[in-house]
Design a protein around this ligand. Structure first.
Ligand SMILES: *Cc1c(COP(=O)(O)O)cnc(C)c1O
Length: 367
């Protein structure tokens, strides 16, 4: 039987294997492991790729979100508006600051946060809006930025799934005050371990984040404020520098597979991802919706095709966040999406025949 993996990084690794080995060996030989020259260069190169002046490397995407919120002054008593339909880290980062996550429902078409729902949740305590570019598709930023301007709020973008995506020619991560990226291995740009980065136009925010990521130290053993150990390590930075050069090519490769799905899936029983004009998704995931999701998933699995569900339960219904006081029915679009979404196999270098086999198998399920 043909086997189609949901995700496979072998193609990416083999393309760069020698260069990754050389980069790693160089760091090992240097014996300089944390916050060194590769981290500094990665910051310059990553910021440059987004057309921004500042980037600060950190130890994960979660750390990036946490520090972004802190740098914007988010504190206990504040509210931060975000989406319930995202990975747990987005909401956790708000809770780490002692602030209250206020969840605004998603747009049923894009599955990104609905700007009208955001507007309805703004109060005098709102400090920031935290949109997520889910699956790599840019959130609807123009109305979000306009709301932020009117109400003097910070906009922090969770771009953990959207390296290289553009919103009307602007790189995501560059639209709000701070953009946060994850380099978790399976992200569009992945390290060989955990890592992340923040980007900003604002030199003060950049230096505050720099301080916070390394124990609040203005100089060695002088702690100006409560800081964290969220430093980027050199091994990851050196490897990421090698891989960053391939990001545009890998995103194009993802897009090619997405285009095959977009053009070849014709059954009316499936809702394909929205593809709004002017928005260029990073195609982190290709996620369809169908009322018969679980049946379809089993059918595909039995025919060698692995899929995944992002995410099976919206965050307002997670036990960990039950103290926020939300109930079933409060955020219906997110709840419906959680029952219907199914992410199809997609990765750079995925054979086109595999994508066509996925499409064929989907069609045979509905016939
Ligand atoms: C992966 C991810 C994160 C967290 O990134 P880590 O590097 O794993 O800490 C945050 N938000 C979203 C939307 C993600 O997909």
């Amino acid at each position: 039987m043909r086997l189609v993996r949901f995700y496979d990084s072998t193609y990416q690794y083999l393309q760069l294997r020698e260069q990754i080995h050389a980069a790693a060996l160089e760091v090992l030989d240097s014996q300089n492991y944390i916050l060194g020259p590769h981290g500094e260069q990665l910051e310059i190169e990553f910021a440059g790729a987004l057309g921004l002046p500042f980037a600060v490397g950190v130890s994960s995407g979660t750390g990036a979100l946490h520090l972004a919120l802190l740098a914007c002054g988010v504190q206990p008593g504040d509210e931060v508006i975000t989406t319930p339909f995202t990975f747990a880290a987005t909401v956790a980062a708000i809770l780490y600051c002692g602030a209250r996550p206020v969840l605004a429902d998603i747009d049923p078409q894009t599955l990104n946060i609905d700007p009208a729902a955001v507007a309805a949740k703004i109060t005098s305590r709102t400090r920031a809006i935290l949109p997520v570019h889910l699956y790599g598709l840019p959130a609807e930023m123009t109305p979000i930025l306009e709301l932020a301007r009117q109400h003097h709020l910070f906009v922090i973008e969770d771009a953990a799934q959207a390296h290289g995506a553009t919103y009307h020619t602007h790189h995501v991560g560059s639209l709000g005050e701070i953009g946060c990226f994850s380099f978790y291995p399976s992200k569009n740009l992945g390290a060989c371990g955990d890592a992340g980065i923040l980007v900003t136009q604002n030199p003060e925010l950049a230096s505050r984040v720099r301080l916070l990521r390394n124990w609040g130290q203005t100089e060695k053993y002088h702690h100006a404020c409560l800081g964290f150990n969220y430093r980027l390590d050199e091994l990851q930075a050196a490897i990421l520098r090698v891989k960053l050069k391939k990001l545009p090519e890998w995103n194009l490769s993802r897009r090619k597979i997405a285009l095959i799905y977009e053009q070849s899936i014709t059954t009316p029983h499936i809702v394909k991802p929205s593809w709004p004009p002017g928005l260029d998704s990073a195609w982190h995931l290709y996620t369809i919706r169908t009322a018969r999701r679980d049946e379809l998933r089993d059918y595909l699995q039995a025919r060698g095709i692995s899929t995944a569900i992002h995410y099976p339960r919206p965050l307002h219904l997670q036990p960990a966040y039950s103290h926020l006081g939300y109930h079933v029915g409060d955020l219906p679009n997110a709840e419906l999406a959680a029952r219907q979404v199914l992410s199809l196999p997609l990765y750079p270098g995925m054979p086109e025949d595999d994508a066509l086999y996925v499409v064929e198998t989907i069609h045979s399920f509905f016939r």
